[in-house]
Design a protein around this ligand. Sequence first.
Ligand code: SF4
Length: 385
Amino acid sequence: MAAPTPSELDAAYGPAELARLRAQGLATNKEIRRFKVAVNTACPLRCDYCFIDKDSGEVISWDHVTGLVRFMLSSPGKVKKLLLYGGEPFLNFELVRAISLYARAEALKAGKDLDLSICTSAALPLKREWLEFLRDQRFFLSVSIDGDAAAHDAHRRDKKDAGSWTRMQPNISLILDVIGRRRAMAIQCVHPDNVERMLDNYKTLVGLGFENIEIEVIHGFGWKDKKSLFRPMMSQVLAWVWGETLQGRRRFVVCSLVPLMLKEAVVLEDWCPFHSSMETYPDGGFSFYPFAFVDGEGRARSRVGGAAEGVPERWRDCTFDLNSDRCRNCTSDYYRNPAVNEGNDPYKWRTEMARAFMDRVALAARDEPAMKEYLKEALIRCRIS
Ligand code: SF4
């Protein structure tokens, strides 16, 4: 890829152009570290905790792609992470390919480090050639999987109501082979139904070959009665990972947040929704996490501008100040769904506990060689690019 000339850089991301775009809400003064994009809505599965309308046939337009990539890259901060989701993004792989090449070229112009990541249900046959392209583009690849066959098939079923665990297995082998264990990740979806088995399911995923396992909390399903189980179970997982680490075996939890946990930006990540919670639906509409758990009506009410019209006035000029009422109340009138909010506490506990775990690792790393190695590896593999 040829390096852009200084005048090309100025025209695309120079101060004058940025000021012009910011005035329209098409660029932002706030750091965006992570931006999640649902490229399509179609999916071979009908998981009962996903509210995306899989039959709507929506695919993100190229204008929206260019708008959102430039919106993210023009924001302050050196490191950017673009996460491609669906639906099932592998159903539109040529679009994934085009987005990756465009985003890489724009990152070069903007002078940013870009991490690319893609998430799949691995329920359709994945082609080696697709994975080789992703490997060459230094992608991180996440597979949504709940645990063993019983836990997974309880919720992750197809149109004919068949579970998807068995058909994923050849894909998982291929992913580990081509993408490699450092860049492949399992997203372990913890549901109130399977929370008691969190450690068993974690170990099942390790047994499949995953070393990076992100504990994800499913929102909106009867957490009230099972909430009290979440912390003890998460503690079990972290205690087991600690023991494995002392044996020189590397397993990583909540990998995507490790760099933020260990370094800067924890306050920003917690408070300013622009930092880590920006998402785009295929219609180009921006929102804050968690769009996949919000139905169509919720989507309309949680829209925060979009790639075409820019962000609304109220979010154009604000700058982060934790002591300001403006920031403290930033999302107080944002769309709230009581059912979705049920998962908020486990989600918050997950992040807090993983962060405390990484703090403990960092402390132990001063004297313990195995922890030092773990820390070093966490920063390499979780930072990605
Ligand atoms: S009001 Fe504060 S927290 Fe909200 S978007 Fe603006 S800077 Fe971020």
